[in-house]
Design a protein around this ligand. Structure first.
Ligand code: SF4
Length: 433
């Protein structure tokens, strides 16, 4: 309900977990400055759309969301509409020229200016504090901004700039704040988490950062996402193996395996080195869960290159895998290659790989039936508790559906030991006694 006494603000956050963190930082500042906050844009005086500009679909969704908020303004439901984030970084002039209903545009690092537009000041003492939009027992921890890698298909450096690591003390301060706020699972994110420290300390410091976060009281799970394969810092694997609360899980977007495509993508790694790295990771941390992301339909992806990718997916047996179809993004070096692979061929290739992955995922999940696994409860639904094992990141991986004896007090954030009784390709079922 709108608080007529206070100016009420609502943020609509699109895109990735980095945007989620940016919005959470802003909400903390808004609430600390005696402004009211609501999750419902219709109940706000000011709506802020935190946009994504990654690929076509994401850009379309951002525009659609701005227009929806613009309609609320035209109807007099809201007074002010602000737009922030990646889409502004990429298309500010076009947006300013075509969206007169928007009162002001901001980029990805304009916290001060946004607060000034709301008539308040940045409270520096609160930096490192956030108002979580995720369930209160897990949170993303952004360790750097931007990216220095030259991937030919990627527009992120155009929007987020070059790589800037956050000082380790600042990150630990924020992680301690999250632990004090009841967070049990910390998910480490960046554009490229493996690059952490190289700019600031002259060396890769991801492993020492991981250890420092793992040593914080109250953190049961530490999860690492967005690890870039080229020059992957192997010392990270020791930390994963040695620290029981660093979950045996690694998100390692590979994008492709064909040398010809990897060279054109400027990924800085060969197919042979990729396979070798996967072997090293599985040898160093037996039982580790590997998630990867692939792109199909890249301009230079021939049938032969795609066949190689299909074989690679079969032989590598990733426990978790996602596939994007190539999206030609203006301003990237790959854009010069055009977009020769027809959309229907891209869709067929994606479908073929996801079909193979479905079987691999089912077989892996079936191998867990009968075992006992830790499960972090995310929510309750119709008398069933829904959660994740250490093998599952929020929003992208599998879920576990649990029944529990009435005597047990289970809530979101409860960490339980569950017996797995059944499996499908993408979910598990079980019970807690
Ligand atoms: S690592 Fe490559 S794909 Fe990832 S954000 Fe950086 S440039 Fe983009």
């Amino acid at each position: 309900m709108r608080n007529h006494a206070l100016e009420t603000v609502s943020i609509v956050t699109l895109g990735c977990s980095k945007n989620t963190v940016d919005s959470e930082v802003l909400v903390r500042q808004i609430q600390a400055n005696n402004l009211a906050y609501t999750n419902d844009p219709k109940d706000a005086d000011t709506v802020i759309v935190n946009t994504c500009g990654f690929i076509c679909e994401a850009k379309e969704e951002s525009i659609r969301t701005i227009l929806e908020a613009g309609a609320l303004k035209k109807q007099g439901v809201i007074k002010k509409l602000l737009v922030m984030g990646c889409l502004t970084e990429r298309y500010r002039q076009e947006l300013e020229a075509t969206l007169p209903e928007v009162d002001a545009f901001f980029g990805t690092t304009d916290l001060d200016a946004i607060l000034a537009t709301l008539g308040v000041n940045l409270k520096r003492e609160l930096l490192g504090e956030r108002s979580l939009s995720t369930p209160s027992h897990f949170a993303y921890l952004k360790i750097s901004e931007g990216c220095d890698n030259p991937c030919s298909f990627c527009a992120i450096p155009l929007m987020r700039g070059g790589h800037r690591s956050r000082p380790m003390e600042e990150i630990i301060h924020e992680a301690e704040f999250l632990a004090r706020s009841g967070v049990r699972e910390i998910i480490i994110i960046a554009q490229d988490t493996t690059y952490y420290g190289l700019d600031l300390y002259g060396e890769r410091r991801l492993s020492s950062l991981l250890q420092a976060v793992a040593n914080i009281d109250g953190i049961d799970w530490v999860r690492l996402l967005y690890a870039y394969p080229a020059q992957f810092p192997l010392d990270v694997l020791h930390v994963v193996r040695e620290h029981p609360n660093v979950v045996p899980y690694l998100d390692l977007p590979l994008q492709h395996v064909s040398d010809q495509v990897l060279i054109s993508m400027r990924r800085g790694i060969s197919g042979r080195r990729t396979r070798e790295l996967l072997r090293q990771i599985r040898d160093e941390v037996p039982g580790i869960i590997l998630r990867t992301t692939l792109i199909v339909g890249y301009p230079s992806e021939t049938d032969e290159a795609f066949r190689e990718l299909v074989e690679f997916v079969r032989e590598s047996r990733f426990e978790r895998l996602g596939v994007f179809t190539y999206s030609r993004e203006d301003g990237t070096s790959a854009a010069l290659l055009g977009d020769p692979v027809p959309a229907e061929v891209k869709a067929e290739r994606r479908e073929e790989i996801m079909g193979i992955q479905q079987d691999i995922s089912r077989q892996f999940n079936e191998s867990l039936v009968g075992s006992k696994l830790p499960v972090l409860i995310d929510r309750a639904e119709n008398g069933v508790f829904v959660g994740r094992t250490p093998f599952d990141a929020p929003e992208v991986d599998n879920e576990v559906y649990l029944t529990a004896e009435d005597t047990l007090e289970l809530n979101p954030g409860s960490l339980v030991l569950a017996r797995i009784s059944d499996a499908t390709e993408y979910d598990l079922r079980g019970y807690v006694q």
